[in-house]
Design a protein around this ligand. Structure first.
Ligand SMILES: Cc1cc2nc3c(=O)[nH]c(=O)nc-3n(C[C@H](O)[C@H](O)[C@H](O)COP(=O)(O)O)c2cc1C
Length: 228
């Protein structure tokens, strides 16, 4: 499954079977986590066979069933952490999808006190994601349109529209899709630029990182620079 198919097929999965993550699937997942940690300066951790984070307290009665494995998105505690975790974390999520695993980003509905993860000095846990073999097929959800989330000018190249279409497939907290992509034509000999912004809201910096990951994969990093 190529990464675009993975984007199209991914839906949040909240019900899991007991089947462990092991063998080649585990090795491939770990390779992506290691690559993202090295490239992004993060400390993403995969926790296996640990039922307490989603199975204790009020979280026992929530929407999640059978969660035994999860990803902890940890990194340096600074202003960049949320967006960075979104960007690199989504790479791991899409790799998991390619490997036949289900996932769900989780900012709120887990027991943070019972979650197992390591923190080096100066690090913080941003959020987690459940991961494993899903049992229930997940439901499709509503999405905004290209025009809702981009300036979509008539002279924008095809890659811009492809990038925005991919961003619309990205998961966002409470499906809020508050991100926006703006095409900026090249100046002089420079490349075109794309400005990605978000309105304020819960977890919107993580959402922005996730959407930028999708945009970049579909638009092709060689075609543009991010405007700051
Ligand atoms: C940053 C972030 C935080 C999320 N937090 C939660 C959460 O606490 N509980 C939950 O059930 N779903 C959570 N989700 C999952 C979203 O509800 C889900 O991605 C969204 O409704 C879109 O649906 P889809 O992932 O199936 O495309 C979160 C998603 C993101 C991106």
């Amino acid at each position: 499954m190529d990464v675009f198919e993975a984007m199209k097929q991914r839906r949040s999965v909240r019900t899991y079977s007991d089947r462990p993550i092991e063998g080649e699937v585990l090795a491939a997942l770990m390779a992506e986590i290691d690559a993202c940690n090295a490239e992004g300066g993060l400390h993403i951790q995969l926790v296996l066979d640990e039922p307490e984070a989603f199975g204790t307290g009020i979280f026992k009665y929530g929407q999640f069933k059978g969660v035994r494995n999860y990803l902890c998105f940890v990194g340096p505690d600074n202003d960049e952490l949320d967006e960075k975790v979104g960007y690199y974390g989504e790479r791991v999520i899409l790799r998991a999808q390619q490997l036949g695993l289900g996932t769900c980003w989780v900012a709120l509905t887990f027991n943070k006190r019972r979650t197992r993860y390591e923190l080096a000095p100066g690090e913080k846990l941003a959020l987690v994601a459940s991961i494993g073999y899903g049992t229930a097929p997940s439901k499709p959800r509503k999405s905004k349109s290209l025009g809702d989330v981009s300036n979509a000018p008539g002279d924008a190249p095809d890659w811009f529209e492809q990038g925005v279409a991919a961003a619309l497939l990205a998961p966002t907290a409470i499906n809020q899709q508050k991100f926006r992509f703006e095409y900026l034509p090249p100046e002089g000999d420079g490349k075109p630029r794309v400005r990605a912004t978000t309105r304020r809201g819960t977890q919107t910096r993580v959402d922005l990182g996730i959407a930028k990951c999708h945009f970049e994969l579909a638009a092709g990093k060689e075609n543009f620079d991010w405007a700051v």
